[in-house]
Design a binder for this molecule. Structure first.
Ligand code: SF4
Length: 695
């Protein structure tokens, strides 16, 4: 038996530690790591089934060019030449990278450096745009940086936890277990704000069945109530907050009917918040995936800033990310509108500092194309060479039919991934075999800023390589030998940590400079640590000192305008379709779909629909139904339930062209985005529903 290896789960942003014991023949035993600060030994159903998902069935073991097996050298040279030629002919903005929150921090760092510093374009964006971009924008508006104020421990120290647009029980199950345990021990009150009754409501003292899109109105109403009740922390506001008066004036004018809640429910919630100093407000995709997601984020933060409920144990706004390394992507600047190390692309001093640190020839001065805009530009023929790494936009981006056509028509597409059979890889000119979880090595950052190691426990299959190495090889072949002369992950991590010192020098939050000279050996043995990690300061909560990262040092409250979802309902499309995850599947099921255990929970794509809507649509339980939106349609099994409100049916996101072609929900979702964050409104498509008939 081989030694046990400590690593991190590859699924959600909780970032649980796992113990991996290779069993021989490629099998892996997976247990929770009792010493990891995210989970202390706990795992959810998905984490426990990881061992079922590591087979090499369907793996790409060597590069392919035009569908034929090719040598690495030839494939890499072709990619480098095509990108160079395209840039020479059409300029740097004619190429783009679309990457993933599943990449490790070292992969993200190299990809971002190649695109922003050397190609000279900011056209690198990530599928994290679909997950938490509105939180990033909201944090930056309020705090001056994308800073997560709290920690997981805060959920255990709070007297009240408000979960907004978050089905924590299914989407962040171990964090839910920690909250449920704290509630059982010390009587924590829990409020769930969600149009659906989800499993999270099992521990709710109050469930507010909010109207879709009513979140900002709810928190504007709360801000006005807090002021009326004399609950504003005047000293904190005067010393540490800008914009209070304008935010309150707008909040007082709020139309609370947008919430769809009764006066009694509103009064109960407002009273609970007002009377409970130690309150954590957790928010997730129900807030982020909205055409007004950024405004919603700021409406929540406003209430915490106005009452000084921030930066204290058991108190603060807290965003939980969907992906295992969405945070690492944010730290390395993997979004089109960010620079590395939480520096600002549009700030000349920041740009110059990073350019000089990288010794880079180029640096774009403006934000690049965000995910939806990137694929619109591809469809319009403005992007002529595309590299997709570790993600599957053909079935995960909104308006999926358009995305598929755009990639088909792109003159040159590269995909680096585990398989050449994903819906996107099948359309690529070049497919490069990348290492997957359990095989690769590097770091990830979870939702509470804890950096953990992913470690290799399985042999590298075939000729597969780490993503950072693939990007580096192309960078060298494009002429930047020295800048991309990386030998291992530790070397990249040291550079990433050293660059964070630049951010610290500008008074920015992301600073792990104490790790800039970490040895290869210490990197191998790196224990989970929460950033910042500097000589003077380690981990913990931000903002306890009332200092924020804006030019004035004060936080900003924003005057928030609540808005209904943008997809218009009409006679043809009268229903508002909600979407989300289910307990035992992950994203497009490329990994979880391999576990028969996980498929036992909910085995096929379903449509939850309220009994009144089902009657109106002529549907019975277990019928097949066609859900049709303006962008496309998909088919689901009918599940009639009072858990969803009238007018607001729900479907899961996981089934795809590969697993259930007809049930790809992204075909229905229109490409409507938040104006600040560019995040698509994935939970509010206008649809009609009819019974499926074979003809
Ligand atoms: Fe993995 Fe998230 Fe489950 Fe933890 S809670 S085991 S990180 S899926």
């Amino acid at each position: 038996m081989t030694d046990t290896i400590r690593s991190t789960c590859p699924y959600c942003g909780v970032g649980c530690g796992v113990l991996l014991t290779p069993q021989g023949n490629g099998a892996l035993k997976v247990e929770g790591d009792p010493e990891h600060p995210a989970n202390y030994g706990r795992l959810c159903s998905k984490g426990l089934a990881l061992g079922d998902t590591v087979s090499l069935d369907g793996r790409l073991l060597a590069p392919k060019v035009d569908g034929k097996t090719a040598k690495w050298d030839d494939a890499l040279q072709l990619v480098a030449d095509k990108f160079k030629d395209t840039i020479a002919e059409h300029g740097p903005d004619s190429v783009a990278f679309y990457v993933s929150g599943q990449l490790l921090t070292e992969d993200y760092y190299v990809a971002n450096k190649l695109m922003k510093g050397f190609i000279g374009s900011a056209n690198i964006d990530t599928n994290s745009r679909l997950c938490m971009a509105s939180t990033v924008a909201g944090h930056k508006r309020a705090f001056g940086t994308d800073t997560v104020p709290g920690t997981y421990e805060d959920l255990e120290l709070a007297d009240l936890v408000v979960l907004v647009g978050s089905n924590l029980a299914w989407c962040h199950p171990v964090l839910y277990q920690r909250l449920a345990a704290a509630r059982a021990k010390r009587g924590t009150k829990v409020v769930v704000v969600d149009p659906r009754r989800t499993s999270t409501c099992d521990i709710a003292d109050l469930h507010l069945k909010l109207a879709p899109g009513g979140d900002a109105a709810l928190f504007n109403g709360l801000l006005a109530h807090l002021a009326d009740q004399g609950e504003i922390d005047a000293e904190f506001v005067s010393q540490h907050v800008n914009g209070f008066d304008a935010a309150l004036e707008t909040a007082r004018a709020e139309d609370l009917s947008l919430t769809g809640l009764t006066e009694a429910d509103l009064a109960t919630f407002y009273d609970m918040f007002t009377k409970t100093k130690k309150t954590v407000t957790v928010f997730s995709q129900g807030i982020n995936q909205s055409s007004s997601g950024t405004e919603k984020v700021n409406s929540i933060i406003n209430c915490h800033l106005a009452t000084g409920r921030i930066g204290l144990p058991g108190s603060g706004p807290f965003s939980v990310t969907g992906q295992p390394n969405a945070m690492g992507g944010r730290e390395t600047g993997g979004l089109a509108n960010m620079l590395a190390a939480h520096l600002d692309l549009e700030n000349a001093q920041h740009r110059d500092a990073v350019k000089s640190f990288w010794n880079a020839p180029e640096m774009p001065e403006a934000a690049g194309l965000k995910a939806v805009d990137m694929f619109d530009a591809l469809a319009a023929g403005k992007i002529k060479a595309l590299w997709v790494a570790c993600t599957n936009p053909v079935i995960s981006l909104p308006n999926a039919n358009l995305v598929e056509e755009a990639i088909k028509n792109c003159p040159f597409t590269v995909v680096s991934d585990l398989s050449d059979q994903t819906d996107t890889a099948r359309l690529a000119d070049v497919v490069l075999p990348a290492l997957g979880w359990g095989e690769k090595s590097g770091t990830v950052t979870n939702s509470d800023r804890t950096i953990s190691r992913q470690r290799m426990a399985l042999a590298h299959p075939g000729e597969a390589r780490p993503d950072w190495e693939i990007f580096s090889e192309v960078g060298r072949r494009m002429g930047w030998e020295e800048a991309f002369d990386y030998r291992n992950e530790a070397q990249i991590f040291r550079e990433h940590a050293a660059l964070s010192k630049v951010a610290g020098d500008f008074g920015k939050d992301f600073d792990i400079s104490a790790l800039s000279d970490i040895s290869d050996e210490d990197f191998d043995g790196f224990e989970p640590q929460k950033w910042p990690i500097t000589a003077a300061r380690e981990g913990g909560r931000f903002f306890a000192d009332g200092k924020f990262f804006t030019p004035t040092g004060k936080a900003n409250m924003l005057a928030v305008n609540a808005r209904a979802p943008q997809a218009e309902l009409d006679e043809e499309y009268p229903l508002r379709l909600n979407t989300g995850r289910q307990r035992d599947q992950w994203h497009t099921m490329t990994r979880t779909g391999r576990s028969s255990k996980l498929s036992k929970h909910l085995a096929e794509p379903f449509l939850q629909i309220n009994p009144e809507d089902a009657l109106a649509c002529g549907l019975k339980d277990a019928d097949l139904a066609v859900v049709k939106g303006r962008a496309g349609e998909a088919i689901f099994r009918v599940w009639i339930t009072e858990d969803v409100a009238k007018g607001s049916p729900f479907v899961p996101i996981h089934w795809t062209c590969q697993t259930a072609a007809a049930s790809t929900v992204s075909k229905i979702i229109p490409a409507i985005v938040d104006p600040f964050s560019g995040q698509p409104e994935s939970k509010s498509a206008a649809v009609n529903i009819t019974k499926f008939t074979a003809d």
